[in-house]
Design a protein. Structure first.
Ligand code: NAP
Length: 431
């Protein structure tokens, strides 16, 4: 028996009386969703775990600093210190029950995103066992809607067209894909049993904001680019300061125009490329689907155009001011094996390889219909966007320099959050 009608869900959202609990709000996608919902006037509750010497509340403050989200109404924000590893989410039984009785909708973004087999136990725990705990909370709560952030790659190694529906997959590229696939089923089973509507959102690979290049996560597409950037720095210095023996051994030299020649070939497929979407598009698409698809469903949030590796190689050369990075046809390495530099590069970024030469089509008729209606299209990952994102990455030293800026703004935000800590029942456990 479905808990609430779609009309009532829309009504509660339109009047902003719905209370939406978000997990993973200290992460990349969860934080962007949380801030946008707050900007739109929604009432938002964040479940955040403490980190080192920072409480959940302090972590939320830092986040709002980074977003420069001064305009939001802090009275709409509650932060609960908790942890999904615990069956009671790290709350005492009374608080667990109180929060459950207040929540109208849930957005679940918390996840482990490592591809590493060495981290299998942690990824399984985070994506499956923790989800079980959280679904038990959803069942106990009065929530009418569960929004599960999955991934387009929950399809596993399936080839060809990947539909916007639950599909069987037996082979996976890594533990991340495998556990996201299992998690979708778990979410579906519980939501079906409990009468909770479920939206499953399947984004492809998300990079920073297409308009200003900002992000605070530098994994996924940033990782191979960062590796190239570091290789350039190391071997450039070796040539200029240490005689260049190490560079020569790798086939690296400075050409007649003074540019570093960094011989890195990237094997691709004839129609292959990488499916990239910017985080601003993800947020717009997510919120549109959330607002329109009140019956529930499965939605791919993807780019209709794969970015060919050839273009990315050219952008990387241009941005770094180097030569030698090139996309090559499949099978090249069996005829002309990898050089030392390519072996080193492969060791660092091999886990991303399958995503860089993907030929699959993620069907998106369901999400397209909604996005078309709202005039939303996925921006092109062209050179200006690429360089904006990379410039921000380099300026912030791939995220290392973000902390200082956050520190500077903390006191004013902290002051404003103090002013608005008014909720009579929430937040009982604000950090
Ligand atoms: N980023 C992408 O390109 C991409 C693409 C497709 C799909 N997705 C999906 O989008 C979702 C979010 O990904 P993301 O890139 O935003 O990941 P992320 O930046 O790594 O964030 C993961 C979040 O999960 C939280 N979390 C993990 N374990 C927790 C626990 N035990 N208790 C409470 N919180 C916990 C983390 O909290 P801490 O800060 O405390 O660690 C963090 O806030 C994931 O489901 C992922 O599969 C992401």
């Amino acid at each position: 028996m479905i808990r609430i009608s779609p009309e009532r869900i829309s009504e509660m959202r339109n009047s902003r009386s719905s209370r939406i609990l978000i997990t993973g709000a200290t992460g990349f996608l969860g934080s962007h969703l949380a801030v946008e919902l707050l900007r739109k006037g929604y009432r938002v509750l964040l479940l955040v775990r403490p980190l080192k010497n920072l409480s959940a509340g302090e972590r939320a403050e830092r986040l709002l600093n980074w977003f420069e989200a001064d305009e939001i109404d802090f009275a709409n924000l509650r932060v609960i210190q908790g942890n999904l590893e615990d069956p009671l989410l790290g709350l005492d039984p009374q608080t667990y029950g109180d929060v459950a009785s207040e929540v109208d909708e849930i957005i679940h973004c918390a996840s482990a995103t490592s591809f590493s087999e060495r981290k299998r136990a942690l990824v399984e725990k985070s994506n499956v066992a923790n989800l079980r705990n959280f679904l038990a909370f959803a069942a106990r709560s009065r929530c009418s809607f569960f929004h599960y952030v999955s991934t387009a790659y929950a399809a596993g190694k399936r080839q060809g067209r990947c539909p916007e529906e639950m599909t069987e997959a037996r082979e996976f590229t890594n533990v991340y894909e495998e556990t996201k696939h299992i998690a979708e089923r778990l979410a579906k089973n519980t939501c079906d049993e409990e009468g909770i509507r479920l939206n499953i959102y399947r984004p492809s690979i998300v990079y920073g904001n297409s308009r200003n290049g900002r992000t605070f996560r530098f994994n996924a597409i940033y990782y191979p680019l960062r590796t190239m950037f570091m290789l350039k720095e190391v071997y450039d210095r070796d040539i200029r300061e240490n005689g260049g023996d190490r560079a020569r051994a790798m086939g690296i030299f400075i050409d007649e125009k003074g540019r570093l020649h960094l011989p890195i070939r990237l094997e691709t497929l004839p129609y292959g490329g990488i499916n990239l979407i910017p985080v601003d598009f993800f947020v717009e698409a997510f919120l549109s689907i959330m607002e329109e698809a009140v019956e529930g469903g499965i939605f791919h949030i993807v780019n209709p155009r794969l970015k060919p590796l050839k273009d990315l190689a050219e952008y990387a050369e241009r941005f770094l001011g180097v030569k030698g990075i090139e996309a090559v046809p499949p099978g090249t390495f069996s005829t002309f094996p990898r050089n030392g530099l390519e072996t080193l590069f492969e060791n660092c970024v091999g886990a991303y390889g399958p995503y860089m030469k993907d030929e699959r089509v993620f069907e998106s008729a369901g999400s397209d219909a909604i996005l078309r209606k709202r005039g939303i299209t996925c921006p092109e990952f062209d050179y200006p966007t690429f360089s904006r994102c990379l410039k921000y990455a380099v300026e912030t030293d791939w995220g290392k320099n973000l902390g200082n800026k956050e520190e500077r703004r903390t006191s004013s935000i902290q002051h404003r959050m103090e002013e608005n800590k008014t909720g009579p029942t929430w937040p009982r456990r604000m950090g």
